[in-house]
Every structure is written in structure tokens, then in C-alpha cells.
Ligand binder design. Structure first.
Ligand code: NAP
Length: 345
């Protein structure tokens, strides 16, 4: 039986646009399951991809330490416990956590964020998709940070993505009128027909600021921004008096070699007595249980729809990550690993 642990490591820090060549394929021995007390050996089954991983590849201060060159790339995954010295994680259990691009790893070490057990009845793709960090981020950003209220006019950018599509629906289910921004006519059609936005703006083919003037003549009460750059500037230009701007992400700038100048119209925040605030999901873990149970209720009642973009196979991991930075990804970006013919079982 082969004992190879396939890995994709960070070969170098990306300069500007991330490329496949920034990663290298390595084979390492499978960690020998001589586990310290409390540790578990996991075998990855599915990866989830997040734009934030691009930021962790830079050697720059952030809310997480930078990834190390030569180490497997950090990322969300669902994995099977294949050996355990920890009664909380029995062998055979399915867990979700921040692992890395490799088949096997030792996890649940002291000081690490603990993996979460996936409850019976929840699939791996639901755990990374509809019940994963993207949905919780949308809920927390709108409700806990943005103080979403019924009757608000809400603008969501990156609205066809994993976080954005949930933000559109959570806002609508709370009685808001939602305008979504996405790239291309097909994704704009999803926003209106599938997710229930009142209107959609195709930022690739339309003038966002001009469309906002028509669609929200009284201004935007709450702007949930995933994109930054010119999109943020257009939202600021149309913020309502006492409006709130929640900065969730800034994907338009993640591959910039030099940071683009900030919005040129911040004075509008003063004129409109508006506020703008960034947030990170990790600071709101106390509200996650409430968010998850509400999402589950909406999902079971058929009130929420979501899309999964499932890619296949270990070799495709870097290309799959790159899909996030074009319009290629068609929903929450996941990758399923082929059934292993290697390992410890
Ligand atoms: P995602 O939307 O699935 O990301 C991929 C999509 O982003 C693409 O399909 C594309 O959609 C859009 N995009 C890519 N480059 C763009 C550009 N230059 N301009 C405009 N849109 C672009 O990603 P996600 O997981 O839902 O994350 C969305 C944002 O939330 C990211 O910025 C992420 O960093 C942030 N986030 C923040 C937190 C937090 O705690 N604050 C947690 C999770 C995620 P189109 O086809 O529409 O262009």
C-alpha cells in the first residue's frame, strides 16, 4: 500500500495576479499516526475556496498570519477522521475545518482552531456551502454589523457569489428591497429570478452609478460590499442619509500589485451622515449558532436557493482557486477529491 500524501504547496508569493505557477505539487509521506493525546489524523474529501486565501499568500499584516512558502496552502475543507486519540472526534466522523491542500494531516492540535463535527444528515457540500462560512458571513454582515431593517433598500455587490447570493436572499427574507451587482447577463438573471432581487446591475456591461441613480432614487440604506474599488465608489455616491456601508470584501483589488487609490468620494459619508465599517466573521462566532439555525429553517422551508460549482480531482486544485478571480466560478466554489486508492485503511 502506498503511503503518499499529495500536496500543493505555496511555491512563491504571487506578484499581482495569482497564477498556477505560484503553486508546486509535492509528494510527502503520510503522517505516521503516532498521535499525541487529543490529535486526530484526517483525510481530506472536499475543498472549499475563498478569495481571502489570496490575501493570506502575501507577506503583509492581516487578521491571519501569512502562509509560509513551501507549506501546503491553507484552505477550508471537509475531511474524514481516519485515526484519533480524541473522544470528541471518533474515527469515521466527518469534520469541517481550516486545513490545507493535502490528502492527510494531523489536526486538533493544542492552540489550533478546533475542527467542527458535521452533524448527521448534513452533506460535505452543504457543510462547506449553504451552512459554511460564506452564508454565515452574509448573515452576520447584514444583521449584526449592518443592522438590516425591513423596508431598507439594500445594495449587494459580488451578488452572484457565495456570500453575495446569500446576502441578497437574507436581505429579501427580512423585508428589504435588494439590488444586486454581478458580472454578465446570466448571473444577473439568477439574481432576479432565483434569489429574488428587485433589480440587477451587470457591472461588466453597464454603468453602475448611472443605474443606481435610476434604481434607487432615494439612495441606498445598506450597502453590503464584496468588491471594493470603483464599485464601492459608486455605492458611496448613492448612499442614503444615515446609510450604512458594510465592507465584507474587496475582491477587485486582491490581485493588484500596487494598491489602487481609495474611493475619491469619502466626503459623501459626511454629507450623508453615513457610516462605513469592515468586519471579519471570526469576531462574531457567538452569533453563528443563531445564524445557522435561521438559515436551516429558511432552507428547509424552501426560502433559500444556492449554487455549487463542483470541480474534481487533486490535480485541478490551483486552477479551481483561480476561477474565483474571473467570472468563471458559478456559485460556491468546491472541489471533490477522487476516491483515494492510497492511505491507511
Ligand atoms: P465569490 O463571490 O464566490 O468569488 C468569486 C466571484 O467574485 C467571481 O465569480 C466574480 O463574480 C467576482 N469577482 C472576481 N473578480 C472580480 C472583480 N475584479 N470585480 C468584481 N467582481 C469580481 O467569493 P465569496 O466567497 O462569496 O466572497 C465574496 C467576498 O467576501 C470576497 O471579497 C471575500 O474576501 C469576502 N469574505 C469576507 C469575509 C469576512 O469575514 N469579512 C468572509 C468570507 C468572504 P462575477 O462573475 O459577478 O464578476
Amino acid at each position: 500500500m502506498s503511503r503518499i500524501n499529495r500536496q500543493w504547496v505555496l511555491a512563491r508569493r504571487p506578484k499581482g495576479q495569482v497564477r498556477v505557477e505560484d503553486f508546486a505539487r509535492c509528494d510527502a509521506p503520510v503522517p505516521v499516526p503516532d498521535l499525541a493525546a487529543g490529535e486526530i489524523l484526517i483525510r481530506t474529501e472536499m475543498f472549499g475556496f475563498d478569495p481571502a486565501q489570496r490575501g493570506w499568500m502575501d507577506d503583509a499584516p492581516s487578521y491571519m498570519p501569512p502562509m509560509a512558502i513551501g507549506e501546503p496552502v491553507r484552505g477550508s475543507a471537509v475531511a474524514r477522521v481516519v485515526a484519533s486519540t480524541n473522544p470528541a472526534y471518533p474515527e469515521g466522523a466527518l469534520v469541517r475545518g481550516l486545513f490545507s491542500w493535502q490528502d492527510y494531516a494531523v489536526a486538533a492540535r493544542a492552540g489550533e482552531a478546533a475542527p467542527t463535527l458535521i452533524p448527521e444528515g448534513v452533506t460535505a457540500q452543504e457543510a462547506l456551502g449553504v451552512f459554511g462560512g460564506a452564508s454565515l458571513t452574509a448573515w452576520v454582515g447584514l444583521k449584526a454589523v449592518g443592522r438590516l431593517a425591513a423596508g431598507d433598500t439594500v445594495l449587494v455587490s459580488g451578488a452572484a457569489g457565495a456570500v453575495g447570493s446569500m446576502a441578497v436572499q437574507i436581505a429579501r427574507l427580512n423585508g428589504a428591497r435588494v439590488i444586486g451587482i454581478a458580472g454578465g447577463p446570466e448571473k444577473c438573471r439568477w439574481l432576479v429570478e432565483d434569489y429574488g432581487a428587485a433589480a440587477a446591475i451587470d457591472y461588466r456591461h453597464e454603468d453602475v452609478a448611472a443605474r443606481l441613480a435610476v434604481l434607487a432614487p432615494d439612495g441606498i440604506d445598506l450597502f453590503f460590499d464584496n468588491v471594493g474599488g470603483e464599485t464601492l465608489e459608486a455605492g458611496i455616491a448613492h448612499i442614503a442619509r444615515f446609510g450604512r456601508i458594510v465592507l465584507c470584501g474587496a475582491i477587485s483589488g486582491y490581485n493588484d500589485e500596487q494598491p489602487a487609490p481609495g474611493p475619491r468620494n469619502l466626503w459623501r459619508l459626511i454629507a450623508q451622515r453615513a457610516e462605513m465599517r469592515g468586519f471579519i466573521l471570526l469576531d462574531h462566532l457567538a452569533t453563528v449558532a443563531t445564524a445557522r439555525s435561521q438559515l436551516e429553517a429558511w432552507l428547509r422551508a424552501g426560502g433559500i436557493r444556492y449554487r455549487i460549482d463542483m470541480q474534481q480531482g487533486f490535480e485541478a486544485i490551483p486552477e479551481t482557486f483561480l476561477r474565483l478571480f474571473s467570472s468563471a466560478s458559478q456559485g460556491k466554489q468546491l472541489l471533490r477529491l477522487e476516491a483515494p486508492d492510497i492511505g491507511l485503511e
